[in-house]
Design a binder for this molecule. Sequence first.
Ligand code: ZN
Length: 261
Amino acid sequence: MLRTMLAGLFLLAGLNACSSDPSPNQKPQAQTRPAFRALAFYNMHMEPDHVSFAVYALNYFGRLAREKNFTFDSTQDWSQLNSDNLRNYQVVVWLDDQPRAPAQRNAFVRFMENGGAWLGFHVAGYNDRNTHWPWFVQFMGGAVFNRNNWPPMPAKLTVDTHDHPVTHRLPDSFIAPTNEWYQWLPSPRQSKDVRVLVTLDPSNYPLGKKDLLTDGDTPVVWTNTRYRMVYMNQGHIYHVFESPIQNQMYDDAIMWLGTGK
Ligand code: ZN
């Protein structure tokens, strides 16, 4: 745990240094207006595999932001999820946690209901009877966490449609790197508002050793079409970034959320 935290802090320190102290040889990118501004929330005190995902994600999206000319800020301070601050951003990202304070939740609802965009990963979308946030359950397309495989494993995913900016570059199916896969009950596919983009292929069943996914519908990536949002179940441990194919989906998702293209 300590080692993970230290590695994370080291990486974060590196990121901060990169973003605030460009070398003299770098082009002065500040003169170019960023395509959009994203703010990522994370929590270093979560399950270590979720923290390791968050740390790699900060690194990954930080690099992508420099490449694609958008702003990618990050914070562990969830009180920054307030309407005043969110006015500065078009996209909110939750890497490994979600807000619990009513004021933060309400600010997020206002943001989303007024055209803001959200990208949520893995445990950020988790909800059960203790979550006490009905709005969020409908936002997730009615999906309530039901079960998962354990240990984390790679899995074959099928792409439901290529007719969407998030999936248009993906093949019909691909092997996704190690992840803990969640199954939801009801499946978000039951919602008329949800468009499922990627699904766990049934050929994976039974998936797991200690905990098994044995059957059923397991959407992995979807959007609730009433909002500008994408949920991705990927996000358990840093291996999630080891597939160049799957990485295209992350790239296209944040660009679509930020620019509409
Ligand atoms: Zn997990």
